[in-house]
Design a protein around this ligand. Structure first.
Ligand code: HAM
Length: 406
């Protein structure tokens, strides 16, 4: 899955970055919202360490997600100075202190992609397409793309007032969390999963009916570009996402067979106000994060096994002991054309061949002392069983993917 993420990201022109796992609490609280789950009650806070030089100790947390750290890195690494936008991705662990349950872990792994530095809705669609292709190449289908726009600072405040006006008279009939949300975070009323709150949603005002002209135009452009990319989507007026930094486009890739609150394989959206909230120059961005643990579960669930790629395509196996030097040299030669491992063990050739078959490698390069002296080897196709003698220096061409022997 990680390799598919890397390949797909590079195909779209995204560069991989490594970010710190420990971040200052201010970055996360400001970015995600101290009232949000991931930026608030679920934060893993580290005990402050006293500094010897008398400076106040930094308050640090384990990162719950990658976007805030990515935006910080974009500025602190000087990426804002180069050509815009900047397309980045990262892979790694995230931490949220929720009640652990199936597909909701306290340490989980994300594939995170971000495009920072341009407003165009075309980037929203590019990010969606990249995330979609990632799931496609890992072999997952029947994914539903849920789409919504949650407006911006221009139009959302008026909409939130309408939402509050609608919900206030219903307050007593809502779940206790939602009673609080009416005043504190009304947008989250829309994605409440509690049974008792469901009947009221249908009558609630929809944000997409209250977008300002600029947000409405951006949303129309996103939909039209998704149509052109032949990516099917479902307009979901209740999709609001759990982090505070979103503006305009929000989306999720859901798989119904996962069910319940954990049905989201990934999600993301635009965050044009985040950089300014973090104290940097006002800079737009859009991104996505996929949950690798959930995708892994889906693959096992759908296919019963995860296809593991062989560690090496070529295995060099000296037939007798004392050929380590020759085998190492052949390994070096073959590595020019394909990932190559050398079996230096004292096992019998039969045992080495059995291991090679199990490993899924394509080629075995077998050699005895006489062949080593002549600088040739037996190249065996582990799929067809064909075998022929090949000079060492001709091996790269023989095993190169396009120059195979068959
Ligand atoms: P998120 O929706 O919080 O978004 O997380 C993205 C994905 O991470 C989820 O759809 C889910 O698959 C996975 N995930 C989240 N929490 C857990 C957990 N406790 N256990 C297992 N998997 C989990 C973000 O994190 C945003 N930073 C996405 C983004 C990037 N928005 C813009 N750019």
């Amino acid at each position: 899955m990680e390799r598919a993420a890397q390949e797909e990201s590079r195909r779209f022109g995204y560069q991989q970055v490594e970010l710190p796992i420990i971040e200052p609490v201010e970055l996360i609280e400001r970015g995600l919202g101290a009232d949000s789950d991931a930026g608030g009650k679920e934060l893993y806070r580290l005990e402050p360490h006293g500094d010897s030089d008398g400076e106040a100790p930094a308050r640090l947390v384990l990162r719950p997600e990658g976007t805030a750290g990515m935006v910080r890195a974009y500025f602190q690494g000087g990426l804002n100075q180069g050509p815009q936008p900047v397309r980045l991705f990262t892979l790694g662990p995230m931490f949220r202190h929720d009640r652990p349950q199936h597909l909701r872990y306290r340490q989980f792994y994300q594939f995170d992609v971000e495009v920072i530095g341009d407003h165009s809705p075309a980037y929203d669609v590019e990010v969606i397409e990249l995330s979609w292709r990632w799931l496609e190449t890992t072999g997952i289908d029947q994914v539903s793309l849920e789409l919504n726009s949650i407006g911006d600072a221009n139009c959302r405040p008026q909409y939130l007032r309408l939402l509050q006006e609608y919900y206030r008279p219903l307050k007593d009939r809502l779940h206790s969390d939602c009673q609080r949300r009416v005043e504190q975070n009304p947008l989250r009323l829309l994605d409440c999963k509690e049974e008792q709150c469901q009947p009221f949603k249908a009558g609630a005002p929809r944000i997409t009916d209250h977008l300002c002209a600029a947000c409405a135009a951006a949303f129309a452009e996103v939909k039209s570009l998704l149509d052109a990319a032949e990516l099917e989507y479902r307009l979901n007026p209740y999709l609001v996402r759990g982090l505070d930094y979103y503006t305009r486009t929000v989306f999720e890739l859901q798989h119904q067979s996962l069910g319940g609150a954990q049905n989201s394989l990934g999600g993301g959206g635009r965050y044009d106000a985040l950089a300014a909230v973090l104290g940097f120059a006002d800079t737009p961005g859009v991104g996505f994060a996929g949950g690798i643990d959930r995708v892994a579960f889906m693959l096992q669930h759908e296919q019963r096994s995860v296809r593991t790629a062989p560690a090496a395509d070529v295995l060099v196996m000296p037939e007798t002991e004392g050929l380590a030097r020759a085998a190492a040299q052949v390994g070096r030669v073959c590595r020019g054309a394909a990932p190559t491992g050398v079996d230096y063990s004292a096992r019998s050739l039969r045992a080495k061949m059995r291991a090679a078959d199990r490993s899924g490698a394509r080629w075995a390069v077998i050699m005895n002392a006489d062949e080593a002296r002549r600088q040739v080897a037996r190249l065996r196709d582990l799929v067809s069983g064909d075998q022929r003698e090949v000079a060492w220096d001709a091996l790269p061409e023989a095993i190169a993917p396009e120059g195979g022997t068959d």
